[in-house]
Write a protein that binds this ligand. Structure first.
Ligand SMILES: *Cc1c(COP(=O)(O)O)cnc(C)c1O
Length: 357
């Protein structure tokens, strides 16, 4: 038998979450953001789940090429643009759309011979201060790019730093964008998942949800279920060992957990080398044979321990959901001091992935 751990990808949930995005922004087109191997869910699974997606957005050239190899005919946007003039030629050849965020990117557009013009997304900085031209430069840049024979069309793009934070929101960044760009009469894309769900004024022509498609909440104060999102991944493993503890016995590295009374502990075939967060503390929820229980002691590389005390029938072979439809990935992330994004991206290559249609 193989090691009993698996990730199951729920394609129906991916499709439902995409439909939810479409329903939230009925007048916009929706990019399915599939960077980082579709946030750990597998690019091919995402393509299979969303045959009718309006478009896909990704990060690096190999993943864009992989989409075309999977038969994707829809537009594909490179969110960080290209990293060389040679990649720009690939964009023309494969009809990839690309963001242009700095002078070097414009220089490549103006100085490279392309087989056909490309659709570009002019990335403007409205306060995130990561990539992008200052929003105030938009009109000058648009005039310049309109002169460039390699540019087929221009869409304006910006990204929010605090759309997930109800206190800070999007108002300042939206105002800066609109002050600089309202008169340009070009299509616009601003919204990530948080803005899509919370700020309809950001929807514009295109929205770019990632995390919500995978059934995790972008907000710390609102659960995915409250938002109407469905978990798209279940990570589960089995109990491969059982220990009977006396009061005072400890569990795991560092002897960090001390039994207050006699108890039973299940050792589960999942550790931080599988992508489970090492910093998850005692008490982090798990689902044991369909009933909630808790992690105990320190997570090791290949194993973790769960409390069997309240379930006398649980033992060797019992099924443990680490996260999924019952224990949300956001609960586990929050217990471990991180966000659902990081956990889903970190599921290790050694975890077998199964697709549920
Ligand atoms: C990752 C990314 C998104 C998606 O963000 P979520 O918070 O996952 O919805 C949107 N736009 C850009 C530019 C990104 O890099």
């Amino acid at each position: 038998m193989t090691r009993p751990i698996r990730a199951v990808i729920h394609t129906a949930a991916l499709a439902a979450n995409y439909a939810h995005a479409k329903a939230c922004a009925p007048s916009s087109k929706v990019f399915a953001v599939i960077k980082a191997n579709a946030y750990g869910h597998g690019i091919a699974n995402m393509v299979a789940a969303l045959p009718n997606a309006d478009a896909f957005a990704t990060l690096e050239m190999p993943s864009a090429l992989a989409l075309r190899e999977l038969g994707v005919k829809q537009p594909i946007l490179l969110l960080e643009g290209v990293f060389s003039a040679a990649e720009l030629q690939l964009c023309a050849h494969h009809e990839f759309w690309l963001s242009v965020h700095d002078e070097r990117g414009i220089h490549w557009l103006e100085s490279t011979v392309l087989s056909r013009p490309v659709h570009i997304f002019l990335k403007l900085n409205t306060g995130m201060n990561r990539l992008g031209f200052p929003a105030e430069a938009a009109s000058v840049l648009v005039e310049r790019l309109k002169q460039c024979i390699n540019v087929a069309s221009i869409t304006l793009m910006a990204h929010f730093a605090t759309a997930d934070d109800p206190e800070q929101g999007v108002a300042a960044q939206c105002a800066r964008f609109d002050a600089a760009c309202a008169d340009l009469n070009l299509p616009v894309t601003l919204a990530n998942s948080a803005a899509l769900l919370a700020y309809p004024e950001t929807h514009r022509q295109w929205v770019r949800p990632g995390i919500s498609l995978y059934g995790s909440s972008p907000f710390s104060n609102k659960s995915a279920a409250e938002l109407g999102l469905q978990a798209a991944m279940t990570l589960s493993a089995e109990v491969i060992g059982v220990q009977e503890l006396k009061a005072g016995d400890t569990v795991g590295y560092g002897a960090g957990f001390v039994a207050a009374r006699p108890m039973r502990v299940g050792i589960v075939a999942c550790g931080y080398a599988d992508g489970y967060p090492r910093h998850a503390p005692t008490g982090t929820p798990v689902l044991l044979n369909g009933v909630r229980s808790r992690l105990i002691g320190r997570v090791s590389m290949d194993m973790l321990a769960v409390d069997l005390s309240d379930q006398p029938e649980a033992g060797l072979g019992s099924e443990v959901e680490l996260w999924g439809k019952n224990v949300s990935i956001d609960e586990v992330a929050s217990a471990a001091g991180t966000i659902g994004y990081e956990l889903m991206c970190a599921v290790a290559a050694r975890v077998p992935v199964f697709v549920e249609f």
